[in-house]
Design a binder for this molecule. Structure first.
Ligand SMILES: [Zn+2]
Length: 233
């Protein structure tokens, strides 16, 4: 079941061919429906083009699309939600994290740190040590489908400690991964702006799992559940 009453289920972290995803926007939208999702955030790396295309193509599909982007900064990855135009060129090639956060705040988009403790075991991001950044951002991705649960748990603890907004998503690069992580809102939601308001007020539930294949090679053809955890807020 994806819907509870009139509520909706949204995967807030999805990639397409416009960055390093395998599938086209059209395929992603079609599979999102097949997987029983009511909405997705398209968050390609460093470009909003795929997200805007998805927003346009989803109009007649009864699917909510949140236009977003995942900006690869030197210090870590930043998710921006509610972006309606392409990023300035200076933010598209390994920008400084401060610039990205300033851009997000100036343009009234929701700013969240993606997988703050890194995804791969050998990769660490300095961003979790940067107090000023942690102070200024609104959200933290508390569950990422390609991140070991031990690191997701640290992210959730950080978000709780700092009183931040929760974001969560599968980080799908192939359609098999779509919907592995879901954000639930218990009420009907008419627009992505409404959905983001629920997220900002923390009136959501986050449910999902990660897979060992997704973590190790980035492509999960078979689902191997290593842990399942339910976060309720
Ligand atoms: Zn991602």
């Amino acid at each position: 079941m994806t819907r509870k009453g009139n509520g909706i289920a949204v995967d807030m972290h999805v990639h397409t061919v416009f960055s390093d995803g395998v599938h086209t926007v059209r395929e992603i939208l079609r599979y999102a429906k097949i997987k029983g999702l009511n909405g997705i955030a398209v968050t390609d790396h460093n470009t909003v083009v795929g997200a805007l295309k998805a927003l346009n193509e989803a109009r007649n599909l009864g699917l909510l699309v949140i236009p977003g982007v995942e900006v690869n900064c030197r210090e870590g990855h930043i998710l921006l939600y509610g972006v309606r135009e392409e990023l300035p060129q200076r933010l598209r090639r390994k920008p400084n994290v401060y610039e990205v956060i300033d851009y997000g705040l100036e343009n009234s988009v929701l700013v969240s740190i993606a997988h703050p403790y890194g995804k791969a075991l050998f990769l660490r991001y300095p961003i979790v040590e940067m107090t000023e950044i942690l102070h200024r951002i609104q959200g933290i991705e508390v569950l990422n489908g390609r991140t070991p649960m031990s690191r997701n748990k640290l992210a959730l603890e950080l978000a709780e400690k700092l009183g931040k907004v929760y974001t969560a998503g599968s980080d799908a690069h192939v359609v098999d991964e779509l919907g592995r992580v879901r954000v639930f809102v218990d009420d009907p939601v008419e627009s992505y702006e409404d959905f983001l308001e629920y997220v900002k007020r923390r009136k959501i539930k986050v449910i999902g799992s990660t897979t060992i294949l997704g973590i190790m090679v980035g492509i999960a053809k078979r689902k191997i559940m290593i842990l399942k955890k339910r976060f309720i807020k």
